[in-house]
Design a protein around this ligand. Sequence first.
Ligand SMILES: Cc1ncc(COP(=O)(O)O)c(C=O)c1O
Length: 476
Amino acid sequence: MAISYFDLVEQTYEWPNLDFDLTEDETRLLFHGLDLSEVVKKYGSPLRITYLPKIASQIHKARFFFSKAIDELGYKGNYRYAYCTKSSHFAFVMEKVLAAGADIEISSEYDLDLLALLDRQGRIPPQTMIIANGYKTESYARKIGRFMATRPYRLIPVLDSFNEIKLLKKHIKGPFEVGIRIAVDEEPTEEFYTSRFGLRPKNIIQFYRRRIKNDPQVTLTMLHFFIHSGIKDTTYYWTELASWTDLYCSLKKEAPTLSMFNIGGGLPVPNSLAFEYDYEYMIREIVDNIKYMCEERKVPTPNLITEFGSFTVAESGVHIFSVLGEKVQNDAEVWYILNNSLITTLPDTWAIGQRFILMPLNHWDRPYQRVNLGGITCDHLDYYNSEVHLNHIFLPTLPSSGDPLHIGFFYTGAYQESLSGYGGVKHCLIPSPPHLLIDKTAEGELVFRMFRPSPSPAQMLEILGYQVDQECRDCT
Ligand SMILES: Cc1ncc(COP(=O)(O)O)c(C=O)c1O
């Protein structure tokens, strides 16, 4: 007898794993104990899900490991968790993040419109710190000035280029704090030597002496860097961390007001069932390395800030699709055609070859086969056919009748809508999936809320400038 998809998974990976398990009859996938095939029966497919309880639990997890490391190592400094809004701007995400007491890192002037709105609604705890990253345009600087003048929060603009200090001074009335972002060296595999973000490191101290030190309006409190390839146990990461901690120490000797070291985002998220990452070890090593270097340089250890985006939201996201049918194009290539688009709904799969955890929701007892997944748009790049460590994917064979095969991409909650846009008009007019929110009450009961249906044909055609008539509005 052919071995089943479940046998394959059990032989290849640890199982149950992460947030996943199977129903008792070992045919359907459970996510946080929830039978997703049942969810599909009720809400349909394609479907985008946000599982909200995961957001706060991620924040608590990082805080736990940082405070454990700080306590055990006797590190003299505290830790603040900031959320990087660009990874997901949804109101329900911000609500969870703010309720967990996280600080906020923003990247553009529009983030300030968002925060001003939340402030008017009384939704931002007064102790929230706002870190304003990103390139400062005149209008961004103006909004920073207005926000600072009218709202009670501690807002720290982080200089992304040298001339921003002038712009900020023009628009901010009264004294203010600033941070400086370091332009880090890119990984050797990148096309550039140095990041375009931030200030050239060798000029930072001189810049501080000339433009900040003797200016009574400006106080330097934060030094920031971000390694976009992530916090990894590699020589590259540890070398960068050591260089920028060293720069922190040198700057601290000149700038006694400097007290925060912001090590950016980049805490990774599982992208396969074989994912192995020791969060506790990595966080402890970071704290220990900073402590060691500061002690060597006889500089007080800084308060530590992170701005985790993916880590905060990715694991709350699921995208569900169904297989419409199979196409066998030659002796070796089998295609499963999906009822939505990968290129527009999960754009990172196409743009940067991002891999997500992919599993069927049902039919785990069926034999498996090697397949390519094809989106339903007519773009030939709308496909997905490899796992992180594997040049192919396996899924159950299709049943001849009964429930179609449903599949889920997991931990997809970060950046996908920021890149593809949300709702609206997409490739081949294939609309984005409906979006379901799942939350838990204090008593542990699950609550389901349909946040957005797919855009209707009439909505899409209206965006495109058509004069939509009633017949079109009535079509589904
Ligand atoms: C300055 C800055 N901080 C934090 C982040 C968040 O990174 P991640 O989602 O990898 O945690 C980003 C992402 O681009 C960033 O540019």
